[in-house]
Design a protein around this ligand. Structure first.
Ligand SMILES: [Zn+2]
Length: 349
């Protein structure tokens, strides 16, 4: 049976909304709520939240003897205010694993506890070439050498606190989304691209009047970037967990921006061979453009569930994303391939 068609316009519109919804890990509720609202359009899905704040949607399948789960994460890299500095600027602490130079110069939003969110930008403490000359290039980018310059009249810590800013406020970096010639360039495609691919697959199956082959749980994680997102929230009776997360593109990698990738091994070791083989066969049956790859510095929510004691087969697929945890980019071809692969898996006996 051919796969139902993927509505790429729907995929791109939802992805754009999701990318433009700030959701650093620990403060991802807006992205979870947006995804919940979008899944609410499909009446066959039962929606719920875990106590930790993840979104869980279940779809009754034709069978329930081997129930399945899929996970993707809506949380992203970001930061938190570590100190309000004497000059009124903010020292940050990172949320998730990235290098400061990847967000240097980026616009950001500080979410204050009581007041309005404040805008600003992340800069080197010695930012001006006319003042600091070669130090602008030479200074090592570290927690102590980066600061947020708020777009507010603040000259002291007290001025800044008077704006409602304090230690512990979440900070999001602007995604700077742009879509050109099928390329989707944005921060946080990891892993919002895959949340959108899952939704597009659900829509394709739903629009065709079909349902999954097995009872299926969709787990939209809110703590993946710090390593324990899917440690909770996957039902115990599930026999397989398909993790949908970005593929690492770069020198020496098989993945690219025009294919979906099956990851067979990452920093956490090999994925489940039997489930990975089935996914390869599904991709071949349905002529889905795919690659097989190994990610050298990478962990997934599937492994988080394994480490938490999950007794399931785990596999990992996702679109190729260039410059991950930096200013990322993928292509519609990789997104469509991933959505098709998810649909193929959901419908497979
Ligand atoms: Zn990810």
């Amino acid at each position: 049976m051919p796969l139902p068609p993927i509505d790429t316009d729907y995929l791109v519109v939802f992805l754009s909304e999701l990318l433009n919804t700030p959701s650093p890990t620990g403060y991802a509720y807006r992205a979870i709520a947006l995804t919940e609202q979008a899944l609410g359009a499909f009446p066959s899905l039962e929606l719920g939240r875990t106590r930790k704040g993840a979104l869980v949607a279940t779809w009754r399948g034709a069978n329930n003897d081997a129930p399945r789960a899929l996970t993707a994460h809506a949380d992203t890299l970001g930061a938190m205010v570590k100190e309000v500095k004497p000059n009124g600027r903010l020292k940050l602490t990172k949320i998730g694993g990235f290098a400061w130079n990847t967000v240097e110069g980026e616009g950001c939003t500080v979410f204050t506890r009581k007041g309005q969110p404040l805008r600003g930008s992340l800069l080197l403490v010695k930012a001006s070439s006319h003042v600091h000359s070669t130090q602008v290039g030479d200074l090592k980018r570290e927690d102590d050498t980066m600061e947020v310059r708020l777009d507010a009249r603040t000259h002291s810590a007290d001025d800044t606190r008077a704006q409602g800013v304090d230690v512990g406020d979440f900070v999001s970096f602007d995604p700077r989304l742009e879509i050109t010639n099928g390329f989707v360039r944005s921060r946080h495609l990891d892993d919002k691209a895959c949340v959108a691919c899952i939704l597009a697959a659900v829509k394709a199956i739903s629009d065709a009047g079909l349902r999954p082959a097995q009872d299926t749980t969709f787990h939209i994680s809110n703590y993946e970037e710090v390593g324990h997102g899917a440690a909770a929230g996957i039902p115990a009776q599930v026999s397989e967990l398909l993790t949908v997360d970005m593929a690492a593109v770069g020198e020496g990698q098989a993945s690219d921006e025009f294919h979906a990738t099956l990851c067979v091994k990452d920093s956490g070791g090999p994925y489940h061979h039997g489930l990975s083989e089935r996914l390869r066969e599904l991709a071949e049956t349905h002529a889905i453009p795919y690659k097989v790859d190994i990610y050298p510095y990478y962990g997934s929510d599937g492994e988080a569930f394994w480490r938490a004691g999950g007794d399931v087969a785990v596999a990992l697929i996702g679109p190729g994303v260039d410059a991950s945890h930096n200013y990322e980019r993928t292509h519609l071809e990789a997104l469509t391939a991933t959505a098709q692969w998810v649909a193929a898996y959901l419908l497979s006996e």
